[in-house]
Write a protein that binds this ligand. Structure first.
Ligand code: SAM
Length: 382
């Protein structure tokens, strides 16, 4: 079995077939075959080392011994192979046929129904009717307690919530303590998250960046995950944010070189993603701004991004890196969507949202951070 492609010529070419065959014969091996007819080239392909193909194509395009028509055909063959977007990977090769055969499950849909995909959301009473965000909240940074501010918004009026809540690590925020008893902390956090679910549109998403306090042995990411699934949100998935920095030194806690109490070290944080009502989000095709390359890279659920390095400049102790927010917004929302951050801090979310032509609402309890966020907005070039 092969994947077949036919490239029809729209003019008469003078093609140096032998030379072209010589350039590509290293690939043939019954995996990649092509043949010229009077006015077309037929390609049959099973697998190919794509990087190597690219290398050979680039070399031949700068080879003076080939005429321009041959180069044009080589380019057409390469573009046709590049245009095939569904393939598997085996070693260095892209495999174009049967690559998912061994993973195929018979009657997959039937079995999915039997298992009950996201069964925990059954009986949700989310309204399907989405509402407009009142104009006095659009493109605003608002200072206040998110629980109170959000209670003034109608249901279903925001497309995407992206946030990094205070982690209760004991950080020195300008206007809040970050060292409550865990029960008090979760009670407050969940009253804000309840409001976030309420104001989220049907089909909208909530993205929460969270790092557990490992030394307190509180699995915050699981507790937050349970909260959302108990509140009938679909758990869409999890991204592992690899920061490549350690959360402690070898001997900071626990035992050294002894099984008595080794302390585990982490270099990553979690990004949990939830959907309200359904996985699919409505949006206009012209409002998609993610590129092919970005999409392919970012749907792999591990993002290697350095932590924000400019926290001193913004005088905030726990900021998002812009790259992380940019990926999340482009992957999970459309241009013109409304983005809410209920713990907006120094305003990374709102500033990136504006740059990406989304509407935004950022809320933070600290006046100082809100001023910083507002300043960043006014400096953000569109
Ligand atoms: C981890 S920081 C968010 C930082 C932000 N992602 C950034 O890039 O700047 C958490 C923020 O939550 C704010 N905060 C804490 N309690 C709040 C509340 N009840 N309502 C609104 N904001 C609150 C804090 O002032 C702090 O700026």
């Amino acid at each position: 079995m092969y994947k077949n492609i036919e490239i029809k010529f729209n003019k008469n070419y003078t093609i140096e077939k032998d030379k072209i065959f010589n350039i590509f014969n290293v690939f043939f091996d019954n995996e990649f075959i092509f043949d010229f007819t009077e006015n077309s080239v037929e390609i049959q392909i099973r697998s190919i080392d794509y990087n190597n193909l690219q290398l050979h194509v680039n070399r031949s395009l700068s080879n003076d011994a080939l005429n321009n028509d041959s180069k044009e055909i080589i380019k057409k063959i390469f573009d046709a192979v590049t245009a095939i977007k569904s393939y598997g990977l085996k070693g260095n090769k892209r495999v174009y046929v049967d690559y998912n055969k061994e993973r195929k499950v018979q009657n997959r849909k039937e079995k999915e129904n039997k298992r009950g995909q996201f069964y925990y959301t059954n009986g949700n009473d989310f309204s399907l009717k989405n509402n407009e965000l009142p104009p006095n909240y659009e493109n605003k940074i608002i200072c206040g307690d998110s629980q109170i501010i959000l209670s003034n918004l109608p249901d279903n009026c925001v497309d995407l919530v992206i946030t990094s809540p205070p982690y209760n690590f004991g950080l020195d925020y300008a206007d809040t303590n970050d060292d409550s008893h865990w029960e008090t902390y979760f009670n407050k956090l969940f009253s804000i998250f309840k409001e976030c679910i309420r104001v989220l549109k049907y089909g909208g998403r909530i993205i929460i960046n969270v790092q557990p306090l490992f030394s307190d042995y509180i699995p915050t990411h699981h507790i937050i995950g349970n909260f959302f699934t108990q509140n009938k949100m679909i758990w869409k998935g999890e991204i592992l944010w690899e920061k490549n920095n350690y959360n402690c030194k070898y001997t900071a806690w626990g035992s050294w070189k002894s099984p008595s109490n080794p302390y585990l070290k982490y270099t990553w944080e979690f990004i949990e993603i939830f959907c309200k009502g359904e996985l699919k989000k409505q949006g206009l095709h012209e409002n998609i701004d993610i590129t092919d390359e970005e999409f392919k890279k970012w749907v792999v659920g591990k993002w290697s991004i350095a932590p924000e390095r400019n926290m001193k400049e913004f005088n905030h102790p726990a900021m998002f890196p812009e790259e992380l927010v940019m990926r999340a917004i482009k992957l999970f929302s459309f241009k013109q969507d409304i983005i809410l951050d209920p713990f907006n801090g120094a305003g990374t979310t709102t500033s990136v949202a504006r740059k990406l032509e989304r509407k935004y609402l950022g809320i933070d309890i600290s006046e100082e951070y809100c001023k910083t966020a507002q300043k960043r907005i006014s400096q953000t070039l569109l």
